[in-house]
Design a protein around this ligand. Structure first.
Ligand code: GDP
Length: 178
């Protein structure tokens, strides 16, 4: 069977960023393959599993946590952070403020994990809203570099652009550091 022929890995990944940047939609698009504008973001913590056939003989199971920003869920989010190896920091390219909060989200995560073990990816979300862009690609790239992240990628869950690529880029980075 595939099980006996594969190396199996299990990576925890947390998705973090301001509320309404589209974290829940991103997770939903990646795991269910759909986008629904009228969907309500789940309250609290959402959890999904996704299997990735990575390289031949390498099977990766991603444990994906969508962390709610609400204060009363913060302590729960932190326990997931501690058990994760990857972090997707999300902002909305049409909301400048969500980009300006990235540094403090990054610091908050760093404070709760051993810094060397968490690998970050910066996602500029809602790239379909390019006419309302408030964050330049170059400055987001510069921030990702400054914070020593695995990279910066612009994603649209609505148009299904770069969704898989984002998760695979982070997974590859995690895998290579193991
Ligand atoms: P969360 O609070 O970060 O989990 O954000 P949600 O997933 O609830 O999304 C917030 C709003 O942004 C919703 O109205 C979504 O329909 C919308 N949204 C999510 N992803 C995209 C996207 O890629 N493009 C556009 N234009 N809107 C999006």
């Amino acid at each position: 069977s595939r099980m006996s022929l594969s190396w199996n890995f299990r990576f925890g990944i947390v998705i973090i960023g301001d509320s309404a940047v589209g974290k829940s939609s991103l997770l939903h698009r990646y795991t269910e393959g759909t986008f629904d504008e009228s969907r309500q973001s789940p309250l609290g913590i959402d959890f999904k599993v996704q299997h990735l056939d990575f390289d031949p003989g390498i099977l990766i199971k991603l444990l994906l946590w969508d962390t709610a920003g609400q204060e009363r869920f913060r302590s729960i989010s932190k326990s997931y952070m501690r058990n994760s190896v990857g972090c997707i920091l999300v902002f909305d390219i049409s909301q400048r403020q969500s980009f300006e909060h990235i540094q403090s989200w990054h610091k908050e995560v760093q404070d709760y994990v051993k810094p060397a073990t968490m690998i970050f990816l910066l996602v500029g979300h809602k790239s379909d809203l390019v006419i309302r862009r408030q964050v330049r690609k170059t400055e987001a790239e510069a921030l990702a570099k400054e914070l020593d992240m695995a990279g910066y990628i612009e994603v649209s869950s609505k148009d299904n652009v770069n969704v898989t690529e984002a998760f695979e880029t982070l997974t590859r980075e995690i895998y290579q550091r193991f």
